[in-house]
Write a protein that binds this ligand. Structure first.
Ligand code: GLU
Length: 468
């Protein structure tokens, strides 16, 4: 039987890191086995579900490149079908109407809490015949005896006593089906063979298996993946910084870096850290996902991100970078070619935001100089080297690296000084102090006009401020 997995987010917020990892694991498991991957939007909670959240989830999936073979399927479009199944369960005796008042349920709960028992419904309405026209909910008649056991692909064998489970509500008094019922109907009718989800759902699984048996379906295989913790050991939350996938994009993280990072949260292969998407598909194995929670480590994500910034095709990085240049108000279109700037600068940045910031000087004049560097490089003694090198640059036969290199070398030679005496003030004059590559390349990329303008500005600056 071919494998079919699904990612089933509730659209009550953005696509967060935990959800993205669940989606990635489900996607990888399907792709690895040549199976299918379904996106199902569990939007039955009408009060908390929003269209903005649906869009954020779709945007996140598409940014990560986790394409789905079916969907998005919206549960709100399937209420009719859920109600049919609920009616069948009523007819077959697997479900019953319950009209217990809120007060009764409250008293029951308080008593159980006092006796230190697990709060659960006591089956009061199991044997009653209740008029369908009076207000009621519908409960599933959970088996009273026996054990529900399953082999979780991550956790191993798990067993729950039915006496621990109660008769859960499958249709609310307003007629809306509840989560456990809708999931069961969908997993069954969509032919889901492998359910991979967060382990916060582990207690729902025995209930869902009982429901599946009641509707005559074979339960899928399950894999419950552990949660993600922040680097302080607490459950990952906004407090730990970005948790929304799209926030990572805005912060200059590459999708391949985030995917590579996410796959390693709970899964490993030998001692490897770097996995392309193809390698993940080939090597990923849901059975070797760790049981223990994994901790988020921002440093590692940044390290991976730098790896991909350095190793991906510069044209692709340039395409992604241009939006961050735009955020700085820079149009990188005219000159120099952004891909060349990427090659010149990529060793020096961990994110695209950083890369944009340290590359701004290629495109626009800066305000002021790095203070520490200016103290060192902009002394009165820098005036002569700057004037001289400026003239050589003006005279250069072409604005090419070799000629620019020669202009600097000749200045150094004529003045009989060390390279730094020319190189330091010149670099500061044209970059303002931003990290930059070899000086001749830096000059070439900035362009003749801007270089000369900036040297003039530096000369004027030294004349008026004079760091002695
Ligand atoms: N909609 C559920 C959630 O977002 C997931 C349900 C499932 O995977 O079974 O937590």
């Amino acid at each position: 039987m071919s494998i079919k997995t699904r990612f089933a987010p509730s659209p009550t917020g953005y696509l967060h890191v935990g959800g993205a990892r669940t989606a990635l694991f489900s996607w990888l498991h399907a792709r690895k086995h040549g199976g299918r991957f379904v996106l199902r939007v569990e939007d039955t909670d009408l009060e908390r579900s929003t269209e903005a959240s649906v869009n954020a989830i779709l945007e996140g999936m598409s940014w990560l490149g986790l394409e789905y073979d079916e969907g998005p399927i919206f549960q709100t479009h399937r209420f009719g079908r859920y109600n049919e199944v609920i009616d069948q369960l009523l007819t077959s005796g697997h479900a019953y109407r319950c009209n217990c008042s809120r007060e009764r349920l409250e008293t029951l709960r308080e008593g159980q809490m006092q006796r230190k028992e697990k709060p659960r419904y006591d089956g009061h309405c199991r044997g009653k015949t209740i008029d369908p026209n009076e207000p009621h909910v519908i409960r599933f008649r959970n088996p009273v005896e026996g054990v529900v056991a399953f082999d979780d692909m991550v956790r191993g064998r798990l067993a729950f006593a039915n006496s621990e489970l109660d008769d859960l509500i499958i249709r609310r008094s307003d007629g809306a089906p509840t989560y456990n019922l809708t999931v069961v109907v969908d997993d069954w009718e969509m032919g889901i063979t492998d359910v991979i989800r967060g382990d916060d759902h582990i207690n729902n699984t025995p209930r869902q298996i009982n429901l599946l048996h009641a509707i005559g379906a074979t339960p899928p295989r399950y894999a419950h993946v552990p949660m993600i913790l922040g680097d302080d050991g607490a459950r990952l939350s906004k407090r730990h910084g970005a948790v929304s996938v799209m926030q990572y994009r805005d912060d200059g993280i590459l999708p391949e870096a985030l995917l590579n990072y996410l796959v390693r949260l709970g899964w490993s292969h030998e001692d490897r850290e770097i996995f392309s998407l193809d390698e993940m598909v080939e090597l990923f194995d849901i059975n070797s996902v760790n049981k223990a929670a994994s901790a988020f480590n921002t440093e590692k994500l940044l390290w991976l991100n730098q790896h991909y910034i350095k190793s991906e095709a510069p044209e692709r990085i340039a395409r992604l970078l241009s939006r961050h240049m735009g955020d700085l108000g820079i149009d990188p279109a005219p000159y120099p070619p952004l891909a060349e700037v990427v090659v010149a600068q990529r060793e020096r940045a961990h994110t695209l935001v950083e890369l944009a910031e340290i590359s701004a000087f290629y495109y626009r004049d800066f305000e002021g100089y790095d203070e520490k560097a200016a103290k060192k490089a902009f002394k009165a003694e820098a005036l002569e080297p700057l004037r001289r090198v400026r003239q050589k640059l003006v005279d250069a036969s072409a604005w090419e690296r070799v000629m620019l290199h020669d202009a600097i070398a000749q200045t150094v030679e004529e003045l009989g000084v060390g390279f730094g005496k020319v190189g330091m003030p010149l670099r500061l004059a044209v970059t303002g102090g931003a990290p930059s590559p070899d000086l001749d390349l830096t000059l070439q990329l900035i362009g003749k006009e801007a270089c000369l303008r900036r040297i003039d500005k530096a000369i004027a600056h030294i004349e008026t401020t004079r760091h002695e």
